[in-house]
Design a protein around this ligand. Structure first.
Ligand code: GAP
Length: 516
């Protein structure tokens, strides 16, 4: 029976599997790693490319209302002034003066520990605050705060009833509370600074000069590259509103607290779409359609609906230009977190660039003879988040028979065939029969013209199946003595472990159907 190990163990198992089998390595590993940066190994790069290709195929090439773009990573710095990133792309930062560690204020939670007198306490006994507890954001934040509060009450030998904790994050701390809140690094109060704004853009210089005039930024999102090319794209004459421009590429953010493996990295790839609509069109329907399409697509690539939910940002927390933002959330092993964001951004970005550049961003609608600056709905997702979601959803441990029929533990990645880094493994039953090896070589050569195929002739067949299961290869094809007799192979399915005979034509047809 397939089992899913406890969440913390899934994460540990995935990180180890990713490193061991060449999916993801810490960046600059030989120098001890670089926090927030990752390198994708031979299997990782295949899977990452598959994610990008599947999404491009389904959301760009298969639609009549989408075109693509690949803008430069470094834009004119005026782009980021106009978009608001120079002034507002900040996170609230809290320093611990003792440990020198830095925390994102909205990820550092605290609560006052308040104790109420018990029934029968002496007259005049009052409710008292006996201290503060703190914890960083995690799937256990509330539980950790509660444990710390009970421990504080026990250590201080305070009698009475502990009141329910009112948990807030540091952005909501009152000035007089800051000195009382313990640092998560030291466990002691007195070392945390009040939150201050920290701009997350990576800065660089263009040319030989290193002064203010040469400052440029590594893009923190791919979206602005789309907005500043809006005019170029509509001037090519191929598009009519409503239409969208898609872009995939690197984005860089100097995250204060990169964490949860690749979930929050400092360098990552985004897949963004800016979908331009008539300001009078029904933006809510367009927004909803994109969310529904994304939910269905995720399900189709092995990120199941049951692990997805939606989070609508509360109206009072929306940016001033946003009409509505909904995130698709995924149940990662470390908690339910944002996977894919959908913002209705109105005409904000195009209007800002129109003002700053002096170039018109208006669109002339032939049908209605009206000129307008289009509004935009923006679906935006990180490749690494889909990667991690697919790995988390697909990871399972079950049992499979070894070569002697004895059940042994099996680790399996039930990845969708479209995302799996290797599609088929070709395995000659034994390596010391030249006719079998020749037939396997032949099949391997034919398959690899079209697909990523792995050839493995070393070890017992059961062991070889297991190696493929662990990296998510959907099918193994064994070349055996029947192959020599009648040209059929044993096709073994990763998930059901069922085996059936298949000929070459049917094998190619199966791959075309499942990978198309
Ligand atoms: N243009 C809008 C935008 O960039 P965002 O919510 O900041 O919005 C969009 O990012 C998506 O990019 C997120 O939903 C997430 O999938 C991904 N993303 C954002 N920051 C990330 C990070 N530090 N590491 C990995 N992925 C990230």
């Amino acid at each position: 029976m397939a089992t899913t190990p406890a969440s913390a163990n899934v994460m540990e198992a995935l990180v180890s599997l990713c490193q061991r089998r060449g999916f993801i390595f810490p960046s600059s590993d030989i120098y001890g790693g670089l926090n927030g940066f990752f390198d994708y190994g031979p299997l990782g790069v295949e899977m990452k490319n598959n994610i990008k290709a599947a999404r491009w195929r389904d959301f760009v090439q298969r639609r009549a209302d989408m075109v693509g773009l690949d803008s430069s990573i470094i834009h004119h710095p005026a782009t980021w002034k106009a978009s608001g990133h120079v002034d507002n792309f900040t996170d609230p930062l809290v320093d611990c003066k003792v440990s020198k560690q830095r925390f994102r204020a909205d990820q550092l939670f605290f609560a006052a520990v308040v104790v109420e007198p018990e029934d029968g306490a002496p007259a005049g006994a009052e409710r008292q605050t006996i201290g503060y507890v703190s914890a960083l954001e995690s799937a256990r934040t509330d539980a950790e705060l509660q444990e710390k509060a009970l421990e504080m009450k026990r250590k201080k030998a305070v009698r009475g009833k502990l009141l329910a904790l009112e948990v807030r994050d540091m952005t909501a701390a009152k000035p007089e509370e800051i000195a009382l809140i313990p640092s998560p690094a030291t466990g002691e109060p007195g070392s945390l600074t009040p939150p201050r704004s920290f701009n997350m853009m990576f800065q660089t210089y263009i040319g030989a000069l290193r002064d203010e005039t040469a400052i440029a930024y590594l893009r923190p999102e791919t979206a602005q590259g789309i907005f500043i090319n809006f005019k170029n794209v509509i001037d090519t004459g191929r598009v009519k509103i409503p239409f969208g421009i898609a872009q995939v590429g690197k984005a860089f953010r100097n995250e204060i607290n990169p964490r949860n493996f690749t979930f929050r990295s400092r360098e990552f790839e985004q897949m963004e779409i800016e979908y331009f609509i008539d300001p009078e069109a029904d933006w809510q329907k367009c927004h909803r359609d994109w969310i529904d399409d994304a939910l269905a697509w995720l399900d189709s690539v092995g990120v199941p609906r049951a692990m997805l939910s939606e989070y609508a940002h509360p109206k009072e927390k929306l940016s001033h230009y946003s009409k509505g933002t909904v995130d698709i959330m995924f149940k990662f092993p470390f908690g339910v977190q944002e996977l894919w964001g959908f913002a209705a951004r109105g005409a904000f970005d195009l209007t800002q660039h129109q003002k700053a550049s002096g170039k018109s961003m208006e669109y002339f609608d032939e049908a209605t003879k009206r000129k307008f600056v289009p509004h935009v709905v923006e679906p935006s997702v990180g490749v690494a988040r889909i990667f991690l979601a697919a790995l988390s959803a697909g990871y399972a441990e079950d049992e499979a028979p070894d070569d002697k029929g004895k059940l042994e533990k099996r680790v399996v990645l039930r990845l969708s065939p479209r995302l799996a880094p290797v599609k088929v493994a070709v395995l000659p039953l034994v390596k010391n029969k030249p006719e079998l090896v020749a037939a396997a070589d032949q099949l391997h050569a034919k398959l690899k013209r079209k697909h990523v195929v792995f050839y493995d002739q070393s070890g017992a067949i059961g062991r070889r199946y297991r190696r493929q299961d662990e990296i998510g290869t959907p099918w193994c094809v064994t070349v055996d003595f029947d192959t020599l007799a009648n040209g059929t192979f044993t096709l073994r399915d990763r998930d059901s472990m069922k085996q059936e005979r298949i000929d070459e034509k049917a094998l190619f047809a199966l791959l075309d159907e499942k990978l198309g």
